[in-house]
Ligand binder design. Structure first.
Ligand SMILES: [Zn+2]
Ligand SMILES: [Zn+2]
Length: 102
């Protein structure tokens, strides 16, 4: 699969988890198991305009009062930083586990 499409299952390029779509109008752009994402958006979430396609590594969590928890992703290729909304089944406890390696 060349890119992560909305509402379609995909296989994570970092941990090879098979990821099911969320449905109900929301889409996911990162893996719920390892939280890696892919650089497919250029200017905003969902625009799919990026030509980079680099793997994006989760580097931190940020709490926004209007949006809730955001995962800050940094692209492995071009180092662009993009905040992403967390999904209900994201494994965000990974960030509080000092033994997890990123
Ligand atoms: Zn993964
Ligand atoms: Zn990139």
């Amino acid at each position: 699969m060349p890119f992560i499409a909305r509402e379609e299952p995909f296989v994570c390029e970092n941990c090879q988890t098979f990821v099911e779509p969320l449905g109900k109008g929301s889409y996911r752009n990162h893996c719920p198991a390892c939280l890696f994402s892919k650089h497919v958006d250029a200017e905003g979430p969902g625009d799919r305009a990026s030509v980079c396609k680099g793997l994006m590594k989760p580097v931190s969590l940020d709490f926004r009062s209007n949006k809730g928890w955001m995962i800050i992703h940094v692209c492995n290729v071009c180092f662009k930083k993009i905040p992403n909304k967390t999904a209900p089944d994201d494994n965000i406890v990974k960030f509080s586990d000092p033994s997890s390696v990123y």
